[in-house]
Design a protein around this ligand. Sequence first.
Ligand code: ADP
Ligand code: ZN
Length: 358
Amino acid sequence: MKKIYVDTCSRPYHIYITQKDWNPFIEYLGECVRSKKLLVVCDENVYRLYYPIMDNMLSKYGYKHSVAVVPPGEDTKSLKHANSLYTAALDAHLDRDSTIIALGGGVVGDLAGFIAATYMRGIGFIQIPTTLLAQIDSSIGGKVAVNHPNAKNIIGAFYQPSMVYINIDTLTTLPRQEFTGGLAELIKYGYIWDGDFLEWLEDNIDGILAYDVDTLSYAIYKACTIKSHIVEMDEDEQGIRAILNFGHTVGHAIEAATGYKVYTHGEGVALGMVYETKIAYNLGLIDYNYVRKLIHLLERCSLPTKLHGIDSSILIDKMVLDKKNRGDNIVFILPTGTGKVDSFSDIDINMLNSVLQD
Ligand code: ADP
Ligand code: ZN
């Protein structure tokens, strides 16, 4: 078992990385709840797979818990589903000392966290992420949100959980495409922060792809350590936290331009990292071997590295609309050397166009 302390100003908490045994969860739960009243939120798939274990365990230890089950998929991150969860919270008589447990992937974590942040102006919140993406990214750092029909993640808050409990065994039931999508974000950490970790990933990616427990848990530990470190420095994204958006300026545009139906988020980020690394090469920030290294690593993970059939002008239009922009310029996080990135907002549109057509 590994443990990481996340020292955010608003609420410090621990991330636990375990496998097999759920028992430590009950021990830590006792330390971070104010009362025994809980609402577990999960989607239908996770309910079937993991709620029975959770239900048994909570009953055995005298928790007064109820469960709210939502449909799987991004469409669930809506005000409509938020409203049904407020109703579930009221029906379960949750009060200010109660806790919401998000059991599931990023969709459930973002939605349940949004409810926890707003119901009675904020109640207890615990994350049990069950996808690789949620374990290494969305469950850490307190970003919670629902989507508006015209913009993703636009209605939200920064609301830190009081614990993140990762059981890596949950990844064995995850559909393969969801797993490899998470690998894109894993590789991102090497590119933005840690050249040694990048090298380690190149040497160990086969072990990760084979679900080797020790390799996988080290990778998750490293990713969570890097993310929490960045979040500690800049909890509400006024500065350095923006480097986590490497691959996301182009990635989000690709997802939006294809109606969120063609690529998973991780696949969009994989493509985004490739094109943003190519932009960095065109600016003379890195040499081409660094682009090749990324493409090779992504290919080993069966992630896409080349766009087909999307007009670059549509992508640029989408980038202009990105909520991360300040003023009129598109903001890019670009590699500037091994394991290093920086923010750029004055990229020439003609160059951008030609890179995206490459
Ligand atoms: P993400 O974390 O990528 O945002 P979602 O919350 O959309 O992912 O979950 C992706 C899909 O994987 C959903 O259909 C969800 O029900 C399913 N899922 C989540 N965790 C698991 C798991 N451990 N095993 C199997 N399916 C899972
Ligand atoms: Zn992402």
